[in-house]
Design a protein around this ligand. Structure first.
Ligand code: EPZ
Length: 419
């Protein structure tokens, strides 16, 4: 298994080109199952999870032609596609559950594996199933699979999500596109990736309208061919902004609409970073002294993203003064804490709240990745540790960050991937 060797401390400077968003690409790719016509998706990130989703679509019968740089996919579905999403594929990438909605909407049946949990939590899909059931999907769970079917087309209806869920909102919007009549979804997640999904679907003739957390979808009979470029990855951009703030560095982050990480940029300004933005660029200068941001609480968009929590924790370890982080989205998303403590971090966990002592000195060590965002937090910590750090199991990183070592090398980080 590959690992990273990082020599710290370092100061980063230069510019970073942000890749396409993994969390926008996954639902957009899954929704191509609704199409009879060829559809072209551009600006895909070259990350493991996208490969997995493309392989899943191929296993269902999609013909996929990739551009040389693997960032553009031309997807053409067969007349009658398979509707079996196997455990072997779904277990490696939970986002595969997003094929359930389109398969039932288009083919009126599907055998899709339950995704199972992951390290950050049980990750149930009950909101997905309840919403699709209300649209007319009948299902039973057998041997870890969802055996789903519908009597002909799904039927538009009113759905109130009991809690906000990104995936359940996406599955329902995709399924409702081909349902008969109008669907109104209330208490939706409104992350930018979901808006990117609905912009993509509307570009193909879907009829989706938003007002606050309410989404209204008027079913259509088919979707037209379209070409669409996926939005930039706001979590990758936010991660690099934290890296610049941490290392007192200077970075220019390009081709991203800064509004998608406005909340996080406000936090970094509070920590002392100097930030200038224009429509598709962020200029950030890290402060000499990092100030504590106080009590950070993760929340659904437009709150502080849970996918930035681990990275912000590293920053707070280096801030002058105490701070706390409360994780409100996932039940077990503090795996990075034990690893940071090996570097010298002083953090106490109280249920879903971490109390962080600032001004800690990090000494390089052997570290173990756990989930995608915890792994990148370890990379950030290694940047500001004295001496060598080895980060093991970086396949977690490869799932969501496109060749991160190349991007880091270009901005002055001494990093090597060891086979
Ligand atoms: C999406 O996961 C993202 N993944 C996650 O990013 C992100 O952390 C999360 O949204 C929150 O923003 C993708 O977009 C592929 P949820 P998702 O449904 O859709 C509970 C990353 O690092 N829940 O909003 O699974 C759930 O357990 C990943 O890129 C139910 O109880 O998130 C969680 O506690 C990690 N029942 C909370 O809701 C359900 O049916 C939020 O989950 C669905 C969710």
């Amino acid at each position: 298994m590959d690992k990273f060797l990082i020599e710290g401390p370092c100061k980063i400077r230069g510019e970073v080109l942000v890749s396409g968003s993994k969390n926008a690409s996954l639902p957009i790719l899954a929704s191509t199952l609704l199409f009879d016509q060829p559809v072209i998706i551009q600006n895909l990130p070259k990350v493991k999870d996208i490969d997995t989703m493309l392989n899943l679509l191929k296993s269902l019968g999609s013909n996929i032609v990739l551009s040389k740089d693997k960032k553009t996919a031309k997807i053409t579905n067969k007349k009658n596609m398979k509707t079996f999403a196997s455990y072997s594929l779904v277990k490696t990438m939970r986002g595969s559950i997003l094929v359930l909605g389109p398969l039932v909407a288009k083919y009126h049946k599907s055998k899709t594996s339950l995704p199972g949990g992951c390290l950050i939590g049980a990750r149930p899909v009950n909101y997905h199933l309840a919403a699709l059931k209300k649209l007319g999907m009948n299902y039973q769970i057998k041997d870890g699979y969802i055996l789903a079917k519908s009597k002909g087309k799904l039927k538009g209806t009113i759905i109130n999500f009991p809690n906000i869920s990104v995936g359940a909102t996406e599955n329902s919007i995709i399924a409702a596109c081909l349902a008969k009549g109008k669907t109104i979804l209330r208490n939706c997640a409104i992350e930018p990736e979901i808006k990117d999904l609905t912009k993509f679907l509307n570009s193909a003739g879907a009829k989706i309208k938003w007002s606050g957390r309410t989404c209204e979808i008027t079913g259509v009979n088919y979707l037209n061919q379209t070409k669409y470029s996926v939005m930039a990855d706001r979590i990758e951009a936010g991660t690099f902004c934290i890296a610049a703030t941490l290392t007192k560095g200077h970075l220019e982050i390009k081709n991203l609409d800064p509004r998608v990480i406005n909340t996080e940029l406000k936090l970094l300004k509070k920590a002392g970073a100097k930030i200038k933005t224009n429509i598709d660029k962020i200029l950030i200068q890290g402060p000499k002294k990092i100030k504590s941001i106080g009590n950070i609480k993760t929340k659904e968009w437009p709150g502080i993203s849970t996918d930035m929590q681990a990275q912000l924790m590293v920053l707070m370890c280096k801030a002058s003064g105490k701070s706390s982080i409360t994780e409100n989205i996932f039940e077990n998303r503090f795996m990075h804490v034990a690893e940071l403590q090996r570097l010298g971090a002083k953090i106490i966990i109280n249920n879903n709240k971490a109390l962080i002592q600032g001004n800690t000195n990090f000494i390089g060590a052997e570290l173990m990745s756990s989930d995608l965002r915890a792994s990148v937090a370890l990379v950030l910590a290694a940047l500001v540790s004295d001496g060598r750090s080895y980060i093991n199991r970086i396949y977690h990183l490869d799932r969501g960050y496109e060749k991160i070592e190349n991007k880091l090398k270009k901005i002055g980080v001494s990093i090597k991937r060891l086979k």
